[in-house]
Design a protein around this ligand. Sequence first.
Ligand code: GAL
Length: 681
Amino acid sequence: MSEQRFRFDSLTIGVCYYPEHWDESLWADDLRRMLEDGVAVVRIGEFAWAYFEPEEGVFRFDLFDRFLALCKETGMKVIFGTVSATPPAWLTHKYPEVLNANMEGVLYRHGMRRHYNYNSPVYQEKCAVITAKLAQHFGPHPSIIGWQIDNELNCEMDRFYSEADSVAFRAFVKEKYGTLDALNAAWGTVFWSQTYTDWAQIFVPRPTLQNSPNPHLMLDYNRFVSESCIRFCALQAGILRQHVAPGVFITTNGMFSRLDNHRMARECLDIYTYDSYPNFAFGLNMAGRLDRLRDRWSGKKLTEVRSICPHFGIMEQQSGAGSWTTRMENPTPRPGQMQLWAMQSVAHGADFVSFFRWRTCTFGTEIYWHGLLDYDNRDNRRIAELREFAANLKKLAPLCGADSEAAFAVVKDYDNVFDADLDTWHRHVDAQSDNAIFEVSQLTHTPYDMLYLQEGTTLDELLRYKALFMPHACIMTAARADLLERYVRRGGVLVIGCRSAYKDEHGRCVMTPQPGLLQKLTATDVRDFTFTTPAEETPYALFDGRRMETPLFNDVLTPLEGAKVLARFASSYYAGEAALTENAVGEGRVLHLGSAFSTDAVRLILDYLGLTEPMADVIAAPEDVELVARVKDGRRYVFALNYQSVPMTLTLKRPLRSLLSGSTDEGCVALPPYGVQVWAL
Ligand code: GAL
C-alpha cells in the first residue's frame, strides 16, 4: 500500500464483540469493564446477516441501534463489519447458485461460513443490498470509526468451483486473450490434444487424472480467484464509500492465499488489518513439527503484512486457547504469552491490537475458542494481562506510527507466488529458502522486510535496502528484470538462488540459457541442473572453507566473464563446480547461489555482506530472544521478546532507557519468561 490512507494516531486496543450473542442485560457491564481495562474500540456485526435481514427484503437494526447508543454514551468506538461471510439460510435455500462447490461440483451447504462464491450475480446483488442498508443506517453514527468488509476473505476456502465461477472464468480468459488461438498458445494446449475450439469448453479446474490439470490454466485460475475476490471486496468498498463519513476507514481482516492482498489493499482499503493466532504453533496438529521458532513464525506473517501496509492493525489477536468442536488445536496461552504475542504485533508494526474475543461463546462451533473472559464471566489472569498490556502501551505512546527497521528485503511477486502454489518443484525450493531466511534472521537478530514487485513499484522503494534476496523468481518479466538491473546499477546487492528466470508469465519455459533475463546481471550460465537425490549425501558446497548445505535443487553454475566464484560444490558428480558467484554490475553486485537456501547459506551470505546483527553494537541477545527495532523521528526503539518459559539474559553494551520500567539499564539484564522489554536508543 504505497499510500496508506488511514493511520491510528495512538496505540489503540480493541476487542471483538458480538452483541447478538448475549443477553442485553450484559452489554452495559461489558462496555464498562472493557473501558476500565483499556479497550477503546469494539468490532461488531460481521456475522449478523440473519439478524439484519430475517427474511428477503425485510430489515431490522434495533438491537444494534441500542448497542451503538450505549457505545455513544460510554465513549466506546466501533468498527462495524459487513455481513457477507455468513449468508442466511433463507438465501442459500432459495438461491443455491450462490453456494461454492467442491471440485466434483458438490455444493457446500448452510451450517458453516464462507460457503458462498464471489461470482454469483445473485449473491453480489444480495450483498450489495445488505451492505447499502447497513451503510445507510449506521454510516452516520458518530461512534463508528471504521468498517470491516466481510471476514477473512479467502479463509477456510480459496478454491471456487461453482457454475457461476466457470461462467466468470470464461469471461476472464476471453478478456485476457481475446481469441482462442491466443489462449491455446499461452496454455500450450497442443500438448496432449488439449486444444479448445469453443469458449464453452473452458471451465474452472475439474477433476483430472492424477489431479494434474494444465499448469498454465491453473496459473490463470489462481489469478482469476484473486481477481474475483478483489472485485467482490471492491463492490462493498464502493457502496460503503458512498455512505460513510469522511475520516472513517474501510478495511478487511486476515491475509490469505490465492489473493493479491497488496492490490486489494491498494484499490479497496484505507488500512489493512491482520488476524494473529501464534498459538497454532503449539497445536496438536503441529505434533512432530515443533521446531525451535514455534510462535516466532508469526513474525514472518507480520513481516508480510507490513509489506502490504506499513502501519497496520491487528483485528483479531489471540487471547485464549483456540479450537472448534471439530478441532482440538491449541492450549491456553501461558501466563505472559498473551501479552508477548500482542507485543510481537506491535514490534512488527501494528498500531492497533484488537483481541479475539471479549468472552468465549457458550454455543456453536467455537465454544472452545476462548476469549479474554471464560463462560463464567469472572475476571481472570488474561484480563489482568490485558490491563498490564494497556498500561504498557501507554508507555510506548511515542512509537505510534514508527517505521520498522530492516537490514535487507526479500522480494516477491504474485506471478511467482501463484506459480509456486501449483508447481511442486517451485513450491519446495521456495518454502525451503523462505523459511531458512526467516529462521536465520530471527536467530541472528537481523530483521528484514518483504517487498512485493507490483505495477507501480518504484526504484526508490528498492533502493531503501542495501540488499535484496529474490530466491526463486522462476517467472521473470522484462519489466522486473529491468527494475532489478537499475537497482543493482545504483549500488544495490541482489541475491538470487537456483531456478531463477526460466519461465515466462504464462509459466512456460523459455528457450534461452538460464538464468534467462537475469543472465546479464549474474554473468553465469546454467548448463546442468538437478533435483538433489535423497540417494546421495546431503549436497554441500564450501564457502571460504566453511560447509554450506545446498539442498533440494542444484544449478551447476558456469561463471562467465567477470563473475567471481565464492563457493564451489563439494559433493555429487559436479563437485568442484561453482555453487555461488558474485558479479559486479554498475555500482552494485549480484550473487547467484546454485541451490535453494539452507540456513548455512543464509548465514554465510549475510555475514559476507556485513548485514548480520545490526543491533550488535548496543545489545547482545541469546538466539531465543527476538530483537526488533522501530524508528521514528531519528529515535530507535528496540523490542526484546522472550518466547521461552525460562528467563533469558541480555547484555546492554551502553546505558539504555527502558520505556516500560522507566529505569536506565546497562550490562546484564534478565528478561522474565515470556517477558518483553523496549529500550529507546
Ligand atoms: C478467525 C475468525 C474469527 C474466529 C476465529 C477463531 O479466523 O475471523 O471469526 O472464527 O478465527 O476461530
